[in-house]
Structure formats: C-alpha cells, structure tokens
Write a protein that binds this ligand. Structure first.
Ligand code: ASP
Length: 410
C-alpha cells in the first residue's frame, strides 16, 4: 500500500490510461459494467469545484491586499486569453487550409446529429451577474460565481478589521477544499482507467478512415499550439522559465483533463498544481484559472476552426478571407461562457458553422459524422485547454509579481 503512494500520481494515472486502452480493446462494450468507477470519480471531482472556486477566490482577493490590483490582473488575463485563443484558431485554420481534411468526404453514411442553439451574446454576458448567488452556486454557473466571489472579496478588503473573521474563515476553508481535492485525486488512476476503457471499448472506428486527415490536423495543431504559443509564452514573455519544468508541473492536471474530457472537472487539480508545483500565488491561481476553465479553450477553438473548414470543404462552400475572420471571431466570442464539459465544442461548432451560412441540415450531418472521433479528440483538446489556462496563469502571476520561482524550479 505504501509503495502505491510512493509512485508519483501522474505515473499512476498514465499507467492506468495505458492499461485502460488495452482492457477496452479486449473487453469491448463489456467495459460498460465498470463505467460507474469513472462516473464516481467525475462526481467526486465536480463536488469540489464550486466550493473550491468560491472560497479560494475570496481568500485570494483578500490576500492581494489591494483591490485596485484586480483591474490590471483582469485586463491582462482577458487580453492574453483572447490572444492565445485567436492564435489557436489561426493555427487550426492554416492547418485545415493546407491539409484539406474535408475534400472528397462523403456524408451519405452520417446520421444527423442534434444542432444546438447558441444563447445570444447579450444573454450570455448578462448571466454573469447572478440574480441569486445561491442559485448560481447550486447550478455551478462559474462566471456568476466568480463575479459574486470577487465582490465578496473586495468588500472584505474594504471592511478592514471588521471583515477579518469572514476572511479568516475563507482562508481556512480554501485549505480545507484543497485537502479534499488531494484526497479525491487519489481516485484519479481508477477513474482514468475506467473512463478510457469504456471510451475505447464502446467507440466504433468505422468512420475513422475518412476522418483520418481531420484527426491528424487536430493532433498536429494541438502539439504545435502547445509548443509554439505556450512554450514561447513561458520561455520569452515571462521570466524565461523552462517549458519542460512547466509541463512537468502541469502534467497531473493535463492527465485529469485528458481522462475526463472536462476542463471543469480538471479545475480543482489545476488549481492545486498551480500553487504547489508551478509557484503561482493563490490570488492569481484562484481568479485566473476558474475564469480560464470557462472562457479560455485553446484546444477547442483550434478544433472548431478545423471542423468548420472541413465542413465547408466537404460541402464545396468556398471560404473567403472574411469567412475565415468570421470563424475566428465567432469561435472566440461563443467560447466565452461555453460550459467546460465533454463535447461542449459540438455546441460551439453549431454556432460557428451557422455564422458562415451553412444550413441546419448540413450542420447536423457534420456533427453526426464527426461524432465517431469526437471523444478521443475531446480528450486531447481538453488537456490543451488546461495547459493553456496554466501557462497564462504562470505568465500573469509573473507580471503581477505573484510568482514563486523557488516552487517552480523545484
Ligand atoms: N471538453 C472540453 C473542455 O471541457 C470542451 C470541448 O472541446 O468540448 O474543455
């Protein structure tokens, strides 16, 4: 038993993933019988998200000491998140234009998927202000929770001594939630094993041949984005940190993102590695990461860009430069407030393909067609999403002087 805990968590999760793929291939649909282990893990980890975000954000803001710092933190964070998302879509669009994954694809075998309506932008922005904070907590509406927690944190700061008891309570509550997160993480190897075994065992591979180029484009795009955009961000725009150290610090969170296909489920782990391995101080980790989980989805944006071009190519719809800009702009906007759950990009995609003038029937066909490979690509893009959140947080922490180099180098 002691030996088990001596092995680094990421090694245990990685081994579980490899074993899960093998078991999935051998056992096939029978793996459904162990699906409950994965569900249990996801439930445990999602149980932590809302209280963790709420209390750590409040105690983070209080630890900052000066509410006016929030402004520069917020502006920088939003600007870099938007910048990296745009970079991701650009990489996706370029790859799709070069590799042409959609040329010659025949949709006749596709069973149309469900086209999802996007909420209008004004409604999405308005929903950031909760009409009832308790309901926002109960529904897990992260942006609304962030908004309310920021107000609570700032008000405690302005209250000074009077605010102390609540501030102390929040501080010890965040320690408590991080402790629970650690415990839950011990279930990760079993959860990852079950999730990947079921995904491998129940996934058909028939459609794979015509989707091969698409999958290759996504894989190349994700790797390129990690190396070019985030590698460079870490190496040049911050204190010349080592990308190798960054990715080793981030790997627990990336692996959980990979196994669960949900940035939201990976959020507690990314918050804990941010503080304990990457040296990001609580004020940045507790504000920038939850925001990133909901609004910053680099891997997803890259994917949506590639799929939109793929669809246009398959239906012989010529794309002008304006269309490419439209894809980039609408993906960035719609991704704000898109739930960070498995398959969220299906929803994003509907909105983006609609923006370039595709008919709902065509969109339905594309969604149905790519569904076969959505899960493995979702795993990949979700870990890219989480890596993006962590690298932007590292950069922001550095700029704001909220970075502990000793922890990072360790
Ligand atoms: N599963 C992704 C996430 O949670 C979103 C998506 O690409 O579907 O970040």
């Amino acid at each position: 038993m002691g030996k088990w805990f001596e092995i680094a968590l990421w090694k245990r999760i990685l081994a579980a993933l490899v074993l899960g793929v093998i078991v999935g291939m051998i056992w096939g649909p029978g793996t459904e019988s162990i699906a409950w282990v994965g569900t249990l893990f996801i439930r445990l980890i999602r149980m932590v998200v809302v209280p963790l975000v709420f209390v750590t954000l409040i105690s983070g803001v209080v630890s900052m000491g000066d509410p006016s710092k929030l402004g520069s933190l917020g502006v920088r964070t939003l600007a870099i998140y938007m910048g990296t998302t745009l970079a991701a879509i650009t990489i996706g669009l370029i790859l799709a234009a070069i590799l042409q994954p959609g040329v010659g694809v025949d949709f006749s075998s596709a069973i149309p998927g469900e086209v999802q309506e996007a909420m209008p932008l004004t409604d999405r922005l308005l929903s950031i202000v909760p009409s009832n904070p308790i309901a926002a907590l109960a529904e897990g509406n992260i942006l609304a929770i962030i908004f309310f927690a920021l107000l609570v944190g700032v008000s405690l700061l302005t209250l000074g001594e009077k605010g102390r008891p609540v501030a102390d309570l929040m501080d010890s509550s965040s320690e408590m939630m991080l402790r629970i997160t650690h415990w839950v993480m011990e279930v990760a190897p079993f959860g990852a094993f079950s999730l990947i075994a079921v995904a491998t065992g129940t996934q058909g591979v028939e459609a794979l041949s015509s989707l091969f180029t698409l999958a290759v484009a996504v894989v190349i795009g994700c790797v390129a984005h990690l190396i070019i955009v985030h590698g460079v961000l870490i190496m040049h725009f911050t204190l010349k940190l080592s990308p190798y150290m960054f990715f080793s610090g981030a790997r627990d969170a990336m692996l959980v993102a990979f196994s669960t296909s949900s940035s939201l489920a990976a959020l507690p782990v990314s918050m804990s590695v941010a503080e304990e391995k990457l040296g990001i101080k609580p004020v940045v980790a507790s504000t920038v990461l939850p925001l990133g989980a909901t609004i910053n989805m680099d891997g997803t944006a890259l994917y949506v860009g590639i799929v939109s071009v793929f669809a246009a190519q398959a239906f012989d719809i010529p794309l002008s430069l304006t269309d490419y800009l439209l894809i980039a702009g609408s993906t960035t906007l719609v991704s704000v407030g898109t739930a960070a759950v498995p398959g969220a990009s299906i929803f994003l995609m509907s909105a983006v393909m609609d923006a370039i003038g595709m008919a709902p029937e065509q969109i339905g066909l594309v969604i149905g067609f790519i569904f076969a490979i959505d899960r493995p690509l979702d795993m990949l893009r979700t870990s890219v999403n989480i890596a993006g959140d962590l690298s932007v947080s590292t950069a922001v922490a550095n700029w704001e002087g909220e970075f502990d180099r000793e922890i990072f180098d360790r």
